[in-house]
Design a binder for this molecule. Structure first.
Ligand code: IPD
Length: 274
């Protein structure tokens, strides 16, 4: 059986390599296609980065499955699946903002949130920081352990969130943010879910929530945050999935979840149907 640490080494290696590749290609990045709406973009570097990740996994882990944002799902025979976001925060990447990342997770079990068990994850961000974790082995920022010891109360929470790309969903998300604004210290929309979660792990922001993330947006970073002591869960308290993900220190998680429900957050809102 593979150890989570063996998978972690590979996740760190290929996430770092791919981060270097996209950093080098950034000045030439152009919109290649759109997805769920005209503002949901794919650059040619998203495709090149995913191709690189897949190529490396075919060399290093040929029997594993792959679920990537920009490619076809590949079934494996080993029981391990890699969940890949070649560029999380593509809009920031295109605009030259540093809040983007390559996200690589290894999971066991069916590659569906709530059914998988994340074994290892790495997030290599556009500032050059490598965030990582292995199940039961703690979380790390550039090799230094991360631990969230405490949290301010909800009214002093610096809360991050994000938005989907479909207009009707964004308008609804905007209404919820408006309602949350008066209940917390302030709100940030930084533009890359994986980095947001890592910043919660580091205590650089206090908490984060978002409706309708995809598995590749959070698979690695949710493990990193959890291993740092952050509660990452769905609004109903179960494992996070593509509906509403809430990440906060356990001392404040319930208060945040209740505030989100009062603000109109819906447990049934699913990215796969957005
Ligand atoms: C997006 C980012 C963004 C979040 C969106 C995601 P992408 O990922 O993580 O912060 O708000 O929901 O789709 O499209 O840049 O890979």
């Amino acid at each position: 059986m593979d150890t989570a640490h063996e998978l972690l080494d590979i996740a760190r290696l290929i996430a770092s390599e791919t981060a270097a590749l996209i950093r080098d290609g950034r000045s030439g990045a152009r919109v290649h296609a759109t997805k769920s709406s005209a503002i949901d973009i794919v650059t040619q570097m998203d495709l090149a980065a995913e191709a690189h990740l897949r190529e490396r996994l075919s060399q290093l882990r040929p029997d594993d499955g792959i679920l990537g944002e920009e490619g076809e799902d590949t079934a494996g025979s080993s029981g391990v699946t890699w969940i890949l976001d070649p560029i999380d925060g593509t809009v920031n990447y295109l605009y030259g903002l540093p809040h983007y990342a390559v996200s690589v997770a290894a999971v066991t079990g069916p590659p569906r949130p709530r059914e998988w068990s994340a074994l290892a994850g790495a997030v290599a961000d556009g500032s050059g920081v490598l965030w990582s974790a292995a199940r039961g082995g703690g979380a790390f920022r550039d090799g230094r352990p991360l631990r969230r010891e405490d949290a301010p109360p909800l009214e002093s929470t610096l809360l991050a969130t994000g938005f989907q790309y479909v207009a009707q969903r964004r308008e609804r998300q905007g209404e919820i943010v408006t309602s949350m604004l008066g209940q917390v210290r302030d709100i940030r929309r930084l533009g890359a879910a994986s980095v947001d979660l890592c910043l919660v792990a580091a205590g650089a922001i206090d908490a984060y929530y978002e409706h309708g993330l995809h598995a590749w947006d959070f698979a690695a970073a949710a493990l990193i945050a959890q291993e740092a002591g952050v509660k990452v869960a769905g609004l109903d308290g179960g494992a996070a999935d593509e509906r509403v993900l809430v990440a906060a220190h356990p001392d404040v998680w319930d208060d945040l979840a209740h505030a989100l429900v009062r603000a109109g957050a819906e447990t049934t809102w699913d990215a796969r149907r957005a």
